[in-house]
Write a protein that binds this ligand. Sequence first.
Ligand code: SAH
Length: 397
Amino acid sequence: MTATLKLLAGKDKSIKARHPWIFAGSVSDVSGRAKPGDTVDVVASNGRPLARAAWSPESQIRARVWTFDPNETIDHAFFKRRIAAAIARRDALPELRAQQGLRLIHAESDGLPGITADRYGDTVVVALTSAGAEKWRAAIIDSIYKASGCARIYERSDASARSREGLAIVTGWCMGEAPVEALVIEENGVRMSVDIVAGHKTGFYLDQRDNRRRVGELSANKRVLNCFCYTGGFSLQALKGGASEVISVDSSGPALATAQHNLALNPQLDATSAIWHEADVFADLRARHNANEKFDLIILDPPKFAPSAAHAERAARAYKDINLQAMKCLNPGGMLMSYSCSGGISVAHFQQIIADAATDAARTTRIVQRLQGAADHPVDVAFPEGEYLKGLLLQLD
Ligand code: SAH
């Protein structure tokens, strides 16, 4: 028999608003036996059925909702339906149809908490991060394999979130065999290699696809500084767009090595205009300011400084610091493309941080475009945490 998770009185509001997380502080009791990942019936304090969710006893998020229809059965067919629907949503968007690198499943925002799947050509990389996703692993892998028509699936279930769920790290091929050749995708007319085994996340930051293209549009004859360049996604688009010089900075040697390999994969680009620099961006920006270096376009795409709201204050200081230093290095009329991918920093908070940096830099700064993740990283309005990537394109006097 399915166990029942009863909410405390007054704690059913967020579920009624179709938010999929049930925190420990909202749970009254669980009756019946539930093992990690088992499906539980979620009921209000008066016993009214609300949803079906996956039980995560070790996490502060005690349960993640699979369905808000209390009568829907959670079985192999459920995952088949949800995964097919996620892929169909991408197929419906013309700009996504021909992408070689594409996020097929974006976890909560696709109604599949704890499940991420990225497609690189005919290889799919799957990351499972919750007890519920782990329990249904076989059904999920099988459904992705069939619905995507891919040749092989690699599992990268190594995110730190797994330890919060009491799950061990799992990586390896689970469908098909390792390809003989290194994986290369074409994105916005540029070839990029993707290291699905050792790269960050599933190997590549697909969410910045449209924003990289935007950098290309803005780069003609510009001196560009790409901070936190990883494997050079923004840098190569800047070169493609005709930048006079592109300096790329990252603290990771392996990422920079891949970036240079990526440049070599694109002989149409002018490699003599590219400079790669292994350094800490905080120190590097200061040094450039002290040396009175100036740029026309600076990109700041740092890692997540605030994984949750609890880290927001410290993260805000770090964001302000790099934005202030970058503003000081911009020529009059220069542009700053600045991001936060921290779940703990809201769009409004990020804009305030930029405003504070502009005040200290004594530079009039105008927002010319708000930036977000690409369409294969949708945001369910019931789940604002899904809007982790926020960016501003700024023009400075
Ligand atoms: N813009 C990239 C993704 C950036 S991911 C893209 O389009 O693909 C963040 C990068 O920041 C990682 O490559 C990481 O190695 C780097 N990084 C993290 N902390 C850093 C620091 N203090 N200084 C320089 N690089 C840093």
